[in-house]
Design a protein around this ligand. Sequence first.
Ligand SMILES: Cc1cc2nc3c(=O)[nH]c(=O)nc-3n(C[C@H](O)[C@H](O)[C@H](O)COP(=O)(O)O)c2cc1C
Length: 193
Amino acid sequence: MNQESNISEVIKSRWSPRAFDDTRPVEAEKLIAILEAARWAPSSSNLQPWHFIVGYNFDSCHKDILSILNEGNQIWAQNAPVLVITVAKMTRGDRQNRFAFHDVGLATENLFLQAYDIGLSCHFMGGFSQEKAKEIFSIPEDYEPVAAGAIGYMGKIDSLPEDLAEREQATRQRRTLDEFVFTTKWNNPLGIE
Ligand SMILES: Cc1cc2nc3c(=O)[nH]c(=O)nc-3n(C[C@H](O)[C@H](O)[C@H](O)COP(=O)(O)O)c2cc1C
């Protein structure tokens, strides 16, 4: 199965760069547009469990978010004018919402695709301290930090250290459809040509 050529342009063009242009701020209307895109994501029972903590154009919140990223991420993410932490509300009333992370992911992908559609790039990260995020941003008990994100205009590859520049140019890899699309029973590929 190979339907790659049939997917929409914005999905094809999305990738996660590390080179961001630190001289080019993100316009307020573009930031609002990508957050609006997140807002319109589907969610279980329309609970909309997503929240975004936003550090904008190198403000003090940007510094705070940068400070809780793993060192390996700080090296490149520091140049992205917008840094975010996504947060999930884990409960619905007195019950757990088992779709909370799922739905924050949907909102994040909406944000991603809208960003690429208007010329911005995003790179999300799991490499940050959830504990410090809770502390610095006073995140309440029944909420969990999910991921950190770097957003901005793409920069020049030669602004990166050599090892990261190399990774930046590596061919993007994905599993084939047969490896994850099954029918009838587990591991039995659907196999439509
Ligand atoms: C939840 C999540 C956590 C990630 N964590 C990191 C990270 O800590 N550091 C990093 O450099 N990239 C991170 N990535 C980026 C992935 O490595 C990247 O999306 C994947 O390799 C596919 O590449 P592509 O986005 O260019 O298609 C993360 C992505 C997601 C969605």
